[in-house]
Design a binder for this molecule. Structure first.
Ligand code: ADP
Length: 289
């Protein structure tokens, strides 16, 4: 890979006795990288480590050529190259949308007032909140607050944009619009996002990483991931015997993943979700051994 925007080198994190992330090596270049995994897999832990919100137990992290796990000067230089949307953002309720973003921009060292205000208005526009710019945070809906939190992560020109479940609380139109925005950032930087939405992954991600119990179970492209489920999805009048999952679809047929196909069934195209469920199931079998 030619451009290395972020590097994890033997990075691990444990909280007391819980090993949330086992030693991990990863290199991120330009593009959108999706992190998938069940709750408790270690996704937020990986994102918080990269955002320098906490130090790893072991290993080194480099962002934009600066050692994020180094001393204060290196860490600050790395922080200047990244932005981060945590899962929960506490925004002071009495601030206005504009005031909050302006405050964050000051913290991000935007000194020129005019340029700063232009940037605040730009990101308010990106998340469709220009009309609420003078509203206090206490008067915003949950979805609007989430978009305001997202706006601060879109500020400036970071090399690495880290987003913890950015599509939570967005309606389908807002999700589509976010995909457009992120794909623009990803032409030169890395966008690393965690999500539970397999549709986001298929629509947007150049690369998918599946984490489970603090270990990487898959790392590849969407077609490579979907390819794992090739020949394993069937539709017919009955469910497959021993299917991993099956349900009756809108047209009355049963769609099954895995297992032995029932008589008269035919193969269907797999989706990201099918492959994800297979990888999860393999991980569980591996752990039970
Ligand atoms: P995910 O984002 O995939 O849901 P997390 O990274 O939040 O997973 O959590 C990974 C594991 O680490 C879980 O077992 C979780 O309970 C544990 N964990 C996360 N944060 C803490 C913390 N601050 N203290 C103790 N354990 C934690």
């Amino acid at each position: 890979m030619s451009v290395q925007i972020a590097v994890l080198d033997g990075v691990a994190k444990s909280y007391g006795g819980t090993e949330a992330l086992h030693p991990t090596d990863l290199v991120f270049g330009p593009g959108v990288i999706g992190l998938l995994g069940p709750n408790g897999a270690g996704k937020s832990t990986m994102l918080r480590l990269l955002a320098t919100a906490m130090p790893p137990t072991a290993g080194r992290i480099v962002v934009g050529g600066h050692l994020a796990t180094g001393g204060i000067a290196d860490r600050t230089a790395a922080r200047r190259r990244l932005s981060y949307l945590p899962q929960e953002v506490g925004i002071p309720r009495r601030m206005t949308s504009f005031g909050f973003l302006d405050y964050i921009a000051v913290l991000k060292e935007w000194k020129d007032r005019e340029a700063r205000h232009r940037e605040v208005l730009r990101v308010l526009g990106l998340v469709n909140l220009e009309e609420s710019r003078t509203k206090r945070v206490s008067a915003l809906s949950g979805g609007q607050r989430r978009r305001l939190a997202l706006a601060q992560a879109l500020m400036g020109d970071p090399d690495l944009v880290i987003l913890d479940e950015p599509t939570t609380g967005l309606d389908p139109e807002q999700r589509a619009s976010l995909r457009g925005i992120l794909s623009l950032y990803a032409t030169r930087g890395s966008v690393l996002l965690s999500t539970h939405q397999t549709e986001d992954v298929s629509a947007l991600c150049d690369r998918v990483i599946i984490l489970d119990a603090g270990r990487i179970r898959f790392d590849g492209t969407v077609p490579e991931l979907v390819g794992l489920a090739e020949g394993q999805v069937w539709v017919g009048a009955e469910s497959n015997t021993g299917a991993l999952s099956s349900w009756r679809t809108g047209n009355g047929e049963v769609r099954s993943l895995g297992g032995a196909p029932a008589a008269g069934s035919r193969r269907a195209d797999p989706a990201v979700e099918d492959a994800y469920l297979l990888v999860r199931s393999d991980a569980k079998i591996g752990e039970a051994r």
